[in-house]
Design a protein around this ligand. Structure first.
Ligand SMILES: [Mn+2]
Length: 570
């Protein structure tokens, strides 16, 4: 698909100051300025993220009330139940809190909802099952609960106090929780965009602080840092922006993850065959999907057991089960992606279809979100994929910049059973009899709201550079901006006026290897997943990520191709 290259232009002079005052290279200072980092203080904090720069956890909304109630439970030796969620963020935050509470003198148990039987979050069915299994007077909902008005009301009526630790949208009116610790309640951007794993770390920090101030035994020697591997896992997998305190937590957490002493994570790394050092890729594409796999198809309990496990043999068998479930999930996903893709290809009309909506009663609701992302990547339209869930269909959607999917679903609420989410990702359930009406309405909304440029994929470029300016030292220099991810996109460069120095080489019938040159030394370039797309010829421009390749112990400059255009197409 023909994409638009958008070359970032930092405010004039902004990169200059960083270059002068900190001796940064022109490329690094430009990339920083593209990310809004223009002062020396901001650049110091960004390039050298430190745990001691973390803010006081007590500034989180309602955290004082949560802490007071938790210490009351500890004093009374009341059992506490953590009600988590089945995705990586939900499972890691549950594990973090379990570890902290049990180490510091609480009695605590955990409950994870069942995706198919109970649905997402703090549902009525979920809390009833939870209470039947773990009778309690104090429930801590993690990564869910911010809209659970009725279930929390019901828990209250049964004499259960509810604390909510969550980062999702809050309902209006808010749920009647004793404490609703959610960054969205704080003034705009005053608190980092934590996911629940980050919030669990902040709550742990607050507990330790409070215990130390009260002179309680065990609190003064408790070390929070070993929790950071789990924080990094949840934060990267939940795709929250890796800026501010999230960057600090993930930076330190990935390092922890590299040398983790958790036998469960050691086993997971082994079955996933991750390579050191651990980065966003290893978490997002290797560990995350395996932890998620259990919760997609069944319950996430095995993932939680793995994270908390302290026996090597048990860890290895749990990790093997998760690895197997991940393969099954991949098979299911591939099959549905194939079917959905075929259907779209048959009926898609680029001139009139502003959204894509496909559903089938037989499609597994645990993978519809991933399938939606894949379909969107091919057709570049807001995409909703639905699967069967009893008499209704449940679906998950992904959007393109310029179309607020959650807002559009609100405008279709009379046709939907349930809906919620964010601008770029949302979920819904619908009576399949209404699907056609819904498709037409949503398409009309998208036709009104999407501008022509939104229908063309964008390739974001940090800078245009000559090929001969790239080298291994430049690659290392740029790596100082890692970890890349949401809010801190990987550095992509435009390199123009290139030709092939040698004939392109096909790899495994789906990738390509090129040797490109601007007249100087040829540079190896790989195009992963090129498929049947045309290969550049004559003179061409590349959008690339510069990386270090490795072969037989030798490191060399390698470009990862993102996109290409004929050189004269500007
Ligand atoms: Mn989350």
């Amino acid at each position: 698909m023909n994409s638009r290259w958008v070359i970032s232009t930092p405010p004039p002079g902004s990169a200059e100051a960083l270059r002068r005052d900190r001796g940064l290279s022109e490329l690094v200072s430009t990339c920083l300025a593209n990310r809004g980092i223009v002062t020396t203080e901001a650049s110091d904090a960004f390039l050298d993220p430190r745990l001691r720069s973390l803010s006081d956890p007590m500034v989180l909304p309602d955290i004082r009330r949560a802490i007071d109630r938790l210490f009351l439970a500890r004093q009374r030796d009341e059992p506490l139940v953590i009600f988590g969620d089945y995705d990586v963020d939900g499972v890691t935050s549950t594990a973090i809190l379990t570890e902290v509470f049990t180490s510091l003198g609480w009695r605590c148990s955990q409950y994870l909802p069942h995706r198919r039987d109970e649905g997402y979050g703090l549902s009525q069915a979920g809390v009833e099952n939870c209470l039947a299994r773990h009778p309690t007077a104090l429930l801590l909902a993690v990564d869910c609960g911010s809209t659970a008005v009725d279930p929390i009301g019901w828990l209250n009526s049964r004499g259960v106090d509810v604390l909510v630790l969550d980062h999702h949208q809050i309902s209006d009116p808010p749920p009647p929780a004793l404490a609703l610790v959610n960054p969205l309640r704080a003034p705009e951007a005053s608190i980092a965009p934590f996911c629940s794993a980050g919030l669990a770390f902040k709550l742990a920090h607050a507990l330790v602080k409070h215990g130390r101030e009260g002179g309680l035994a065990g609190f003064d020697t408790y070390n929070l840092k070993p929790l950071l591997d789990l924080v990094a896992l949840g934060t990267v997998a939940d795709l929250v922006p890796l800026v501010g305190e999230n960057r600090v937590l993930v930076h330190a957490g990935l390092e922890r993850l590299d040398g983790t002493s958790r036998v469960g994570l050691q086993a997971l790394k082994r079955v996933a065959r991750t390579r050191s050092p651990m980065g966003v890729y290893e978490v997002g594409f290797q560990l995350g999907p395996r932890l998620n796999a259990a919760g997609r198809l069944e319950t996430a309990e095995d993932a939680l057991r793995l994270l908390l496990c302290d026996r090597e043999d048990e860890a290895l068998s749990l990790a093997t089960v998760l690895d197997q479930q991940n393969r099954e999930r991949q098979d299911v996903e591939k099959l549905i992606a194939q079917e959905a893709g075929d259907r779209v290809r048959q009926r898609f009309d680029p001139a009139n279809d502003y959204v894509i909506i496909e559903g089938d009663a037989s499609w597994h609701i645990g993978v519809v979100g991933i399938v939606a992302s894949r379909v969107l990547r091919e057709f570049h339209r807001p995409t909703l994929i639905l699967g069967g869930d009893g008499t209704v269909w449940r679906g998950s959607g992904r959007s393109v910049p310029g179309f607020d999917l959650a807002a559009a679903l609100r405008d279709c609420s009379d046709l939907l059973e349930k809906h919620g989410g964010h601008a770029m990702a949302a979920g819904l359930s619908i009576d399949p009899a209404r699907l056609e009406a819904f498709r037409q309405r949503l398409n009309e909304l998208a036709r009104q709201r999407l501008l022509p440029q939104h229908l063309q994929p964008e390739v974001r470029i940090d800078a245009e550079v000559p090929l001969r300016s790239l080298s291994l030292p430049v690659v290392s220099d740029l790596r100082r901006l890692e970890p890349f991810g949401m809010g801190n996109p990987v550095i992509q460069l435009a390199v123009r006026g290139l030709t092939h120095a040698r004939p392109p080489q096909r790899l495994k019938e789906q990738h390509w290897k090129f040797w490109v040159t601007d007249g100087g030394v040829p540079v190896e370039t790989v195009w992963w997943g090129a498929g049947d797309r045309p290969v550049p010829t004559d003179r061409f421009d590349l959008a690339v990520i510069p990386e270090a390749g490795e072969y037989a112990g030798r490191r060399f400059l390698q470009l990862r191709l993102i996109d290409w255009k004929p050189s004269d197409s500007r």
